[in-house]
Structures are given as C-alpha cells and as structure tokens.
Design a protein around this ligand. Structure first.
Ligand code: CA
Length: 230
C-alpha cells in the first residue's frame, strides 16, 4: 500500500523539493502551509508520517506536535521535525513532546530519504509484526523482559538494573532519538533527583558491557541518544 506523508511547511520552495522527491520515491504526498491547516489535515487524513517544520507562522510546529499527541486518534502518528540550525533547545522540546526524529535544514535529500525510510520501516514493524511482549531482539542482542536477562549471541550480560532498563527502553524504540531527561525518566523514574548528565554515566557503562555492539548506542549531539543497528 502506498504510504502517505503530510508536509507542514510554510516555505514553498522547500515544500516543492520535498514533494517532488517523495513522489519520485512513490509516496503519496499532501501539503499544508500553516500549523492550523496542517493540524486539520493530519486529523482528517491520519497520514503514515508527518514532516513538520518547527518555525511556522501562527501555530508553530511544537504546538502542532503537542496537540497531535494529546488526541488519542493522532497520538501515534510518526513525526519527523524539520528544524533550522542551532535550534537544539527546540529539538529537545520537540522530542519531549513526542516527535520521533528530526532533521536539520539545510538537509540533503539523500539523508532525509534515509530518515524517512527508517521511520516508515518502524511503522511497518508496529503495524505488521509486533515484537513479543517479553522478548526484544536486535541482531545478536536478545532481551527477555520476564527473566530480566540480556544476552549477546546467547552469552549473558551482567547488567545493573538501570543498565538493563536503559537497554530495553532503547532497543524497544530502535531508531528513535531520546533526550537525556526522557531516558532518565525511563530508567530511574521521574521523581528521583539526578541531573540529566547522569544518564551519560549509565550509557558509558552499558556501551562498555556491550563491547563491539556499544556503537549501537549513538550519541546525538546536543540532544541525547538513539539505538541503531550499525
Ligand atoms: Ca518555516
């Protein structure tokens, strides 16, 4: 089935380039030039993926993202934010609001297409074959949530509770970027007082225990981390 992508972007030149390239790659494309129109279109058509510009006149991209996440019908839409250089703070807010990924302008078409394909693969995975509730897998890494056990090629990893939670959280959401605060919430809970940098310590320890596969935990500069098979 043709996958449908909605572009919410106020700069006609960028919209045009995106639309052209996406259609060439056999996606069905709709566009909106304002946050308000984009929100309405997203609610109406429930696209497979939203390309959402952050800087929009009127309702900005962050507000659009927030509103989509509040609504049960649109809560699970996949969103890639388009941002300008040097807006890392906005990116962090966007990811906290539940965007799945972001790309910084000016971007190359090749890079954007790769990101889009990666996100849409996750759409297929989500809709097609849900991962077992208690078993997670990524290449040679297997996690048994019930037994609380992680293995690489069948060999057991000795992880602390925090490291185990971190690995499971990232692996379950492969490819998606998370801020340090989001990861801390997932690992130690929102009520524990620790600084966001604390997560770096857990990541470093976990990478070490993963050995060669430690590179699967990718640092996203100024933002946080993502898990990616490489
Ligand atoms: Ca803009």
């Amino acid at each position: 089935m043709t996958q449908r992508i909605l572009i919410i972007e106020d700069e006609p030149d960028i919209t045009e380039v995106l639309k052209y390239n996406l259609e060439k790659n056999h996606y069905q494309v709709a566009t909106a030039g304002t946050g308000e129109a984009g929100l309405a279109a997203a609610r109406e058509s429930l696209p497979d993926l939203l390309l959402l510009d952050l800087m929009l006149p009127g309702m900005d991209g962050l507000e659009v993202c927030r509103k989509l996440r509040e609504d049960p019908r649109t809560r699970d839409l996949f969103i890639i934010m388009l941002t300008a250089k040097g807006t890392e703070a906005d990116v962090v807010v966007g990811l906290t609001l539940g965007a799945d990924d972001y790309i910084v302008k000016p971007f190359s078409t090749t890079e954007l297409m790769a990101r889009i394909k990666a996100v849409l693969r996750r759409v297929e995975q989500r809709d097609g074959e849900p991962q077992g509730k208690d078993l997670l897998r990524c290449g040679p890494i297997h996690i048994d949530l019930q037994k609380h056990e992680a293995t690489i090629n069948g060999e057991k990893l000795e992880l602390t509770l925090s490291e185990f939670k971190l690995l499971s959280f990232l692996l379950r959401r492969k490819g998606r970027v998370f801020t340090r605060d989001q990861l801390l919430d997932a690992v130690v809970g929102p009520d524990v007082f620790v600084t966001a940098r604390n997560i770096d310590v857990h990541v470093a320890a976990l990478r070490k225990k993963l050995g060669k596969l430690g590179s699967y935990i990718v640092t996203v500069r100024g933002v946080g981390y993502r898990f990616e098979e490489s």
